[in-house]
Design a protein around this ligand. Structure first.
Ligand SMILES: Cc1cc2nc3c(=O)[nH]c(=O)nc-3n(C[C@H](O)[C@H](O)[C@H](O)COP(=O)(O)OP(=O)(O)OC[C@H]3O[C@@H](n4cnc5c(N)ncnc54)[C@H](O)[C@@H]3O)c2cc1C
Length: 464
C-alpha cells in the first residue's frame, strides 16, 4: 500500500515533542537519532524492559544469560553497526574474520559429516562458488549450478518485483537447483533469513538476502554475533544516550490509543488513562500492536494492510550439559528439525567453562511452537546426541524453552506489496518497525533502518 502524500511543512511549536511508541530496535534507533539532533523525545514502552523481540534475561538455575532467541547479524547490517557504534556498543560484537558457517550432516547412523562453507576473497559471485567448494555435502555439478543463482540476482539489478509472487522453491527450481543443494544449502539460508519454509517464502526477499549478504564484499558476508546478552548489547546504552540529551524513556507505558484529529496525530492515551500530547508520533510497534491502538474504524480503514499480515514463530531450546559437547561456535544441522546449535560459552568468550550452555533454534516453527516443552526438550536432546557424540553419555541437567509466536512477519508470496512506507496519510504520524517497507526481511537491520529513516523524515519536517 502506498499512503505517502506530499505534505506541507508542519507548523513548529517552540520545542516540538516527538513521541516514539515501542522500545525495540526500531524505536530506540529513532529515539537515538532524534535525541542526537537535539529534538525533544519521549519513548513509550509497554513492558517493564526495553528490547521488544530482541532481549535477554538471567536464568534462575544457572545464572547464565538467555536470549529470547539467538540473533545472528551480518557484516551487511550497516545501519545496525552504525547505531551500535553511536551508542558505544560496537565492541560487544564479534566479527568473523572470514565468512564461515559449519554444517553437520548425519550420513549414516552415528556417522556425522562436518562441512564448512567458507568464502575466499574472490569477486562475487565467485566468492559464493569458493564457499560452496568446501561444502562436502554438495557435489561439483551442484556447486557450479549455484552460480546461476548469483548471476540471476545480479541481472535483477534491484528489480525484484517480478519475484514477489514466486516462492523460493519455485525460483530455485527455475534456476536448475537440485533437490540436494536446496536441502543442504539454500533452504537453510532461506529459513534462517526469512523465517519461513522455502515452499511458502517469497523469492524477492531471498534474492535481496543473497544480493546483500553474498554479492558484495567479504566483510558484508561475515557473520556478526553479540558476545553479550541482547539486552546488554543495546537497550541500556540507547536509553542512556537519549536521556543524556534531554530525552525520556518511559517503561510500563502501555499505549491504549493513538489520538488523531483531522489529518494529524495529536498524541496518545495510555492504558492508565493518562493522555500525552505530541507534535509528531512515530509508531515503532509491531503490526499487530499498532492495529490494537487505532482509535476507530475510520482511522483503521487507512491501515487496512495490517489485516494482510501473519506472523512466523521461532522456538529456542536452551540445554545445559555438564561436559562440553562441541567446540564449534555455531553449526547448522542438515535434515534435522533443529536448524542451528549455538555454543553460548564460546560466543561469550568462555569456551572452557563447564557446564556447556547450548541454544538450539527452530525457525518457521509453526508446528513446534504449539508442542509441549517436555517434547521439545526431548527432541532437542535427541538431536544433540545424534550430531555430537560427546553428548551421548550424558543428559542435560537443565533446559529452558522460549517460544516467540510473533517472532517475525511471515514473508509469504505477495506480502512485500502490502508493507507500508514510513509516511502515512496523517501529516505527522510515521511508521517504523521491521515489518514496514524497508526492502529487507524482518530483521534487526530492517528495524534499525526503519527507525532511522522515520527520524530523518521527522527532522526534515521539523527542521534539523
Ligand atoms: C527468536 C527470534 C530470533 C530472531 N533472530 C534474528 C536474527 O538472527 N537476526 C535478525 O536480524 N533478526 C532476528 N529476529 C528478528 C528481530 O528480533 C526483529 O526484527 C526486531 O527485533 C524487531 O524490532 P522492532 O523494533 O521492529 O519491533 P519490536 O522489537 O517488536 O519492538 C516493538 C516494541 O513495542 C512495544 N509495544 C507493543 N505494544 C505496545 C503498546 N501498546 N504501547 C507501548 N509499547 C508497545 C513492545 O513491547 C516492543 O518492545 C529474531 C526475532 C526473534 C523473536
Amino acid at each position: 500500500m502506498s499512503s505517502e502524500t506530499n505534505n506541507p511543512p508542519l507548523p513548529l511549536s517552540p520545542c516540538p515533542l516527538v513521541l516514539i511508541l515501542g522500545g525495540g530496535f526500531a524505536g530506540l534507533a529513532a529515539a537515538v537519532d532524534l535525541a542526537k539532533a537535539g529534538k525533544r523525545v519521549l519513548l513509550l514502552e509497554r513492558r517493564s524492559f526495553l528490547g521488544g523481540r530482541a532481549y535477554s534475561f538471567t536464568d534462575k538455575i544457572t545464572g547464565d544469560t538467555i536470549d529470547n532467541g539467538q540473533h545472528l547479524m551480518m557484516g551487511c547490517y550497516h545501519r545496525t553497526l552504525r547505531f551500535l557504534e553511536k551508542i558505544g556498543s560496537l565492541g560487544n560484537l564479534k566479527f568473523q574474520p572470514n565468512p564461515q558457517v559449519d554444517f553437520l550432516h548425519e550420513e549414516a547412523i552415528g556417522s556425522v559429516t562436518h562441512a564448512r562453507f567458507k568464502c575466499p576473497p574472490l569477486p562475487a559471485p565467485l566468492h559464493l562458488l569458493g564457499g560452496l567448494a568446501g561444502l562436502k555435502t554438495i557435489g561439483w555439478g551442484d556447486r557450479l549450478r549455484a552460480l546461476r543463482v548469483g548471476l540471476a540476482v545480479r541481472t535483477l539489478n534491484g528489480n525484484r518485483e517480478r519475484l514477489a509472487d514466486v516462492t523460493v522453491r519455485q525460483w530455485l527450481d527455475s534456476l536448475g537447483q537440485s533437490d540436494r543443494i536446496q536441502r543442504r544449502f539454500w533452504n537453510v539460508m532461506a529459513l534462517a533469513t526469512l523465517n519461513e519454509e522455502p515452499e511458502i517464502a517469497s523469492a524477492d526477499m531471498f534474492a535481496r538476502v543473497i544480493e546483500l549478504g553474498f554479492m558484495r564484499t567479504k566483510r558484508d558476508s561475515a557473520m556478526v554475533i553479540s558476545r553479550v546478552g541482547l539486552s546488554d548489547l543495546y537497550t541500556r546504552q540507547a536509553e542512556k544516550f537519549v536521556e543524556a540529551r534531554g530525552g525520556e524513556v518511559r517503561l510500563n507505558a502501555d499505549v491504549a490509543r493513538i489520538e488523531f484529529e483531522n489529518r494529524r496525530a495529536v498524541g496518545v492515551t495510555l492504558r492508565s488513562g493518562e493522555r500525552i500530547e505530541a507534535d509528531a508520533v512515530i509508531s515503532a510497534l509491531p503490526y499487530y500492536a499498532l492495529k490494537r491502538t487505532l482509535p476507530d474504524e475510520t482511522v483503521a480503514a487507512h491501515f487496512s494492510h495490517l489485516d494482510r499480515f501473519k506472523s512466523a514463530p521461532i522456538v529456542s531450546i536452551n540445554l545445559w550439559y555438564d561436559e562440553p559437547v562441541t567446540d564449534l561456535e555455531f553449526s547448522g544441522l542438515l535434515d534435522s528439525p533443529i536448524e542451528w546449535v549455538f555454543n553460548k560459552n564460546a560466543i561469550t568468550g568462555d569456551a572452557g567453562k563447564r557446564p556447556q550452555h547450548l541454544a538450539l533454534v527452530i525457525s518457521g516453527a509453526h508446528d513446534a511452537a504449539s508442542k509441549p516443552k517436555e517434547e521439545l526438550i526431548a527432541m532437542a536432546d535427541g538431536e544433540v546426541k545424534r550430531f555430537f557424540p560427546a553428548a551421548r553419555k550424558q543428559n542435560p541437567f537443565h533446559a529452558f524453552v522460549v517460544r516467540e509466536h510473533d517472532a517475525t512477519l511471515s514473508h509469504t508470496v505477495g506480502t512485500a506489496r502490502s508493507r507500508p512506507g514510513h509516511r502515512t496519510r496523517f501529516d505527522n504520524f510515521f511508521l517504523a518497525g521491521d515489518w514496514t517497507d524497508t526492502g529487507l526481511p524482518a530483521t534487526i537491520e530492517g528495524a534499525v533502518q526503519s527507525g532511522q529513516d522515520c527520524a530523518r523524515i521527522v527532522l526534515e519536517r521539523f527542521g534539523t
